[in-house]
Design a protein around this ligand. Structure first.
Ligand SMILES: Nc1ncnc2c1ncn2[C@@H]1O[C@H](COP(=O)(O)OP(=O)(O)OP(=O)(O)O)[C@@H](O)[C@H]1O
Ligand SMILES: O=C(CO)[C@H](O)[C@H](O)COP(=O)(O)O
Length: 402
């Protein structure tokens, strides 16, 4: 029997106890979750429990708002099978998504200042002063150690901090949002990290598409909101990319000179070398530098065509491999031709990448490098998870993958 700690911000005047079922995956039996409150600050309380050997695998996904995190999460969850849903019977405005294997928590829930508070203090949500990194660290660590937490909820509808929700330790915990790699304590808990690096031109085009077409915002207000966030984005969000194991960089195409419409994209998958359980994907020949135009007999390409690049590089002083795709697919089923020339993609069967993309043609970016690379990173995360679990249980993994 070990002593475990539950971290909570729950606003109850008196303490109460909830029995929770054992978590079979972790071999962990948690006796009680204790909800209590002594002050407005987060509190911790020790309880009796027995912890098993296995741990939750923690993945960090960083990006600015409106840069495709939700879309990426939907692709990742799909790779593991099963749908991701908000906690059943909970707050309808919860930001959490739970599936059989993964729980995705949104780091907006660790805003320490609500909308009014930020306005009063004159800070944006990107500013570390508007976020509670102590609680974020305590709770991610607790979940990684197999301990349930009472996580706050930031309500994007009301702009208020709602009463917390119970999060049980999943097999894979994804922490997504503005700051998963900002605090070194939280960063050290990550088994793998991803940064979605959307260039200003493309971010603007996506924002217009969503906020103007779907949410009725004016062009001026979209421009003003991007400009207002930019200094804090540059200071606190963008620097996190130096820590990421994989970066998906989205830029305007180079196939159409002077294009800044953001419709045709040049997408780069930057993969750090030497990361445990992560072998970078390569095109044709590992370590070579390759430029490939696949358009011809096996791939239909209309203007402006498709161009791939693969090669070694350095990124913030780290050795990386870069795989790049510029352009878009006319026929998604023909992606199999490209897939068959990629190696280390961690598929379980021939054509799995193509199948995943065909399953979700309605997701934004399915016909270009954003969808292709998000899907590949999803497969690499599945592989990393399986290798981590096998290494802990001492079971060798069957060598099957492409
Ligand atoms: N790969 C893509 N290609 C084209 N447009 C995209 C792509 N990914 C995202 N978008 C656009 O950006 C919008 C936001 O995407 P998504 O909801 O995935 O981002 P998010 O980072 O989760 O946003 P938020 O943090 O604001 O909830 C989409 O509605 C779409 O208009
Ligand atoms: O950058 C953001 C992350 O999604 C949001 O702007 C932040 O969470 C504040 O939310 P809201 O604008 O709903 O008050």
């Amino acid at each position: 029997m070990a002593i475990c700690t539950v971290y909570t911000t729950h606003s109850l005047n008196s303490s109460c106890t909830i029995s929770t079922p054992a978590n079979p995956h972790l071999g962990f039996h948690q006796r009680h979750v204790v909800l209590y409150r002594s002050s407005k600050k987060s509190s911790r309380r020790e309880i009796s429990c027995s912890a098993g050997e296995a741990q939750t695998v923690v993945i960090g996904l960083a990006a600015d708002s409106g840069c495709g995190k939700s879309t990426f999460m939907r692709r990742l969850t799909s790779v593991f099978g099963g749908a991701a849903e908000p906690p059943k019977g909970g707050n309808p405005d919860s930001n959490t998504l739970i599936s059989d294997t993964t729980t995705v928590i949104c780091l907006d829930d660790y805003h320490s200042l609500d909308r009014t508070g930020r306005k009063k203090e004159g800070v944006t949500a990107l500013d570390p002063r508007a976020n509670d990194f102590d609680l974020m660290f305590d709770q991610v660590k607790a979940l990684k150690d197999g301990i349930a937490v009472e996580k706050p909820i930031y309500n994007h509808v009301s702009g208020l901090l709602d009463p917390p929700e119970l999060i049980k330790p999943p097999k894979i915990l994804v922490i997504e949002g503005l700051h998963p790699m900002y605090d070194s304590r939280v960063r050290d808990l990550l088994d793998f990290s991803i940064y979605l690096d959307i260039s200003n031109e493309v971010k603007f085009a996506w924002k217009i598409q969503r906020d103007m077409a779907e949410r009725g915002h004016s062009l001026e207000s979209i421009k003003a909101s991007i400009e207002a966030r930019k200094p804090d984005f540059d200071a606190f969000i963008d620097p996190q990319k130096q820590y990421a194991d994989a970066v998906i960089e989205v830029l305007p195409t180079q196939l159409i000179p002077g294009d800044n419409e953001g419709k045709v994209l040049r997408v780069r998958l930057i993969m750090k070398e030497g990361v445990k359980y992560f072998n970078p994907v390569y095109l044709f020949d590992e370590g070579s530098t390759i430029s490939w135009i696949p358009c011809g007999r096996k791939l239909t390409c209309s203007y402006p065509g498709i161009k791939f690049f693969y090669g070694p590089d350095t990124y913030f002083g780290n050795e990386v491999s870069v795989l790049e795709m510029d352009g878009q697919f006319d026929r998604l089923d023909e992606l199999i031709y490209v897939e068959s020339h990629l190696s280390n993609i961690s598929t379980k069967f021939y054509g799995e990448v193509t199948q995943q993309l065909l399953k979700h043609t309605d997701f934004p970016g399915s016909n270009n490098g954003t969808g292709l690379f998000q899907t590949i990173v999803g497969l690499k995360i599945r592989d990393l998870y399986e290798q981590l679990i096998a290494s802990k249980s001492g079971t060798p993994l069957a060598a099957t993958k492409a």
